[in-house]
Design a protein around this ligand. Structure first.
Ligand code: NAP
Length: 307
């Protein structure tokens, strides 16, 4: 095993890279385990119009590339591998990647969350061409248009409410006859005159060649199918935090999110957390970046106290 690192950051979305910038500037010589698919959810986004500092907007991949360059400018080091397992019962902590065993005095977990998809071929083909999982990121492109939101939970209601302010018509498609979302959000959506609900229906296919033109639904009770024209479809069936490798090592909640206390602390002293892996509520690049900064300050203080 190599000598122990002061700080290992796992994840390379806005949270992990911001932690890298702050930690490198703070003299911690951080190592970022960036993952095989580096850059987080923004890599799958097109125009980002709400990240401060880019008055004309910026493409998601370009934004991530810029933040990474900024971290590299201060000599943050990167490994383009996934973490396979961790052992937080040891001190220093042990982290196994696909080819290496690393050790660290402190760790920042910033592995993010991934939007869940329906798993349809047509959905994958049209992703970024009318299929999205983020109304705040992409809703603007559907101003005055007709869209579908799939799902019956809090996320779907929030997405529908947000889109109702921009779109001509929003149709929520839910697979059962009862919403899972909290009552207040259900009522909010039902109060919008341009939002309709279609019950007991699953998406069979997203229609269109180069862009979304419609959707094919199947009624789960009768088996009947229907097609109608839309310009966009937002899949809001939940997010999955990327914490499989953390099971048994750290406290996770029922949905698998890292349980957080005092802003960035986890159940393991010396292991900090930032971004969507512990946040199902805000889930914005800018909030994740802020959390990455906070986690670094807390890791720095922990290292100081270790001396
Ligand atoms: P969720 O509560 O798990 O709801 C997912 C919804 O998608 C459910 O209605 C589910 O249907 C549906 N669904 C799942 N898989 C599907 C599939 N393959 N095909 C069609 N529909 C499918 O997820 P979430 O709404 O993202 O919420 C996650 C957590 O974040 C929750 O704890 C929620 O309270 C929290 N959250 C809170 C807020 C807030 O403003 N307070 C906002 C967003 C999220 P069924 O109902 O039939 O299972």
């Amino acid at each position: 095993m190599e000598k122990s690192e002061k700080l290992i950051i796992i994840g390379s979305g806005p949270a992990g890279l911001t932690a890298g910038i702050y930690a490198a500037r703070g003299g911690l010589n951080p190592l970022v385990i960036a993952g095989r698919e580096a850059g987080g959810q923004l890599i799958q986004t097109t125009d980002v119009d709400d990240f401060p500092g880019f008055p004309e907007g910026i493409q998601g991949p370009e934004l991530m590339s810029k933040i990474r360059k900024q971290a590299e400018r201060f000599n943050t080091r990167f490994i383009s591998e996934d973490v396979v397992s961790v052992d937080f019962s040891k001190k220093p902590f042990e982290i196994k990647t696909e080819t290496q065993v690393l050790s660290a005095q402190t760790v920042i977990l910033a592995t993010g969350a991934s939007a869940m998809w329906l798993g349809l071929e047509s959905e994958t083909k049209l992703r970024g061409k009318g299929v999205s999982a983020c109304a705040v990121c992409d809703g603007f492109f559907f101003k005055g248009k007709n869209v579908v939101v799939v799902g019956g939970g809090d996320t779907a209601m929030r997405e529908a409410a947000y889109l109702s302010k921009l779109c001509k018509k929003v149709t929520v498609v839910h697979r059962r006859d009862q919403l899972r979302a909290q009552l207040a959000l259900q009522e909010l959506v039902k109060s919008k005159p341009n939002v309709d609900l279609i019950w007991n229906s699953q998406v069979e296919a997203v229609l269109g060649q180069d862009k979304v033109t419609g959707v094919k639904l199947k009624n789960t009770q009768t088996g009947e199918t229907q097609e109608f024209q839309i310009d966009g479809i937002f899949i809001a069936i939940g997010h999955k935090p990327n914490t499989t490798f953390l099971k048994g090592q750290i406290n996770l909640d029922q949905k698998g999110y890292v349980v957080i206390h005092d802003e960035t602390k986890t159940s393991v002293d010396g292991v900090f957390v930032a971004g969507d892996v512990a946040d199902y509520h805000y889930r914005q690049a800018v909030t994740a970046a802020g959390a990455g900064c906070k986690a670094t300050f807390d890791a720095e203080e922990y290292l100081e106290n270790m001396k």
